[in-house]
Design a protein. Structure first.
Length: 331
């Protein structure tokens, strides 16, 4: 199969788990590449991680018992996603995991991602470093599809034109989530960032929504207070992945602690500042800075475009899964 070419059918019985906006965007191209697959979602809004995970285990177990999927596909590191993978494991349903092998030491997402690596039969890595991590964790060596490990790139970059940043707006795009391994969930880092951003009052500042990790309500309160009574500071909740990328392409700078600042931003050619330890362990492009003191420097960034993550992942994922399904189909 030529890179970028999708199979025409044959993915009946493949169940794709999509639980949050963070997963939905990167999974769009994967779902499109697997005609016949079906998507299962679980809404954890307003629930604690422990409560959501408990309910998700029951929910996914019921779904799998009725639907009897041939394969469950999960992406990333969320607690609801781990529940989906665990339910499949107990029912002896194979799991394929996308974006495994990465390290993000500042959040408990790291532990959940690695747990899914031990559960999964198929592994789709974004980088060579991630593949090596999976090899260390599982004993696999090398990129061997017959052993279940493939380097495919980052599906969240599929369909996004590389180096497409226009940077034609005096706008700073902010995405900041709780850092769940800290006692204050990273709230002090958010406050420090907001103080630094006050020095750039000639820029529009657009915050995206906060996820549902512990501490999220106080984060939302602090962001609302920061934006209060200022037409130049706004909060955009519930952005789709495509809408977020459009904002990023026009922004002068991305700042916060989201993976988008280290994966998507370098790909489109927008400078970013990654704060705290939430993403520590991921490879960083030269366009990624690491301190609020670097805001002015990042706004002046004009270096050569050197992304680390690559796109065009979906057709590679689809081909491996199709081959895996065919090898298990009765002759």
């Amino acid at each position: 199969m030529v890179e970028g070419e999708y199979p025409v059918s044959g993915f009946e019985g493949v169940c794709v788990i999509s639980n949050s906006r963070a997963e939905a965007g990167p999974l769009e191209s994967v779902i499109a590449a697997m005609p016949g697959c079906y998507v299962v979602k679980f809404n954890s809004d307003g629930q604690s991680p422990a409560g959501a995970m408990s309910q998700a285990m029951t929910y996914f177990t019921a779904i799998y018992t009725v639907q009897k999927p041939k394969l469950v596909v999960v992406l990333g590191d969320r607690y609801e996603t781990l529940a989906a993978a665990l339910a499949a494991m107990f029912l002896k349903i194979p799991v394929a995991h996308i974006h495994g092998g990465e390290t993000t030491t500042g959040a408990f997402d790291d532990s959940m991602r690695h747990a899914m690596t031990h559960i999964a039969e198929l592994h789709f890595c974004a980088t060579g470093e991630a593949m090596e991590k999976i090899s260390d964790m599982t004993g696999y060596t090398g990129q061997a599809v017959n052993k279940g490990v493939s380097i495919v790139g980052a599906p969240g970059l599929d369909g996004i034109e590389g180096n497409s940043a226009k940077r034609d707006r005096k706008m700073i795009l902010v995405t900041y989530h709780p850092e769940t391994r800290l006692a204050d969930n990273g709230l002090s880092g958010l406050v420090e960032m907001c103080k630094a951003l006050k020095e750039f009052d000639s820029y529009d500042i657009t915050f995206t929504g906060v996820n549902n990790d512990p501490g999220c309500e106080e984060f939302r309160r602090q962001i609302t207070l920061f934006c209060f009574h200022s037409s130049k500071k706004v909060v955009r909740e519930n952005l789709t992945h495509k809408e977020y990328i459009v904002l990023m392409q026009h922004a002068a700078l991305v700042i916060g602690n989201s993976s988008a600042g280290v994966i998507e931003a370098p790909w489109v050619g927008c400078p970013s500042i990654n704060l705290g330890n939430r993403q520590t362990g991921r490879p960083m492009a030269p366009s990624v800075f690491h301190s609020v003191d670097d805001i002015g420097k990042a706004l002046m960034w004009v270096k050569e475009w050197k992304p680390i993550y690559k796109g065009c992942a979906a057709p590679k994922i689809a081909k491996v899964i199709k081959d895996w399904l065919d090898a298990r189909s009765p002759t």
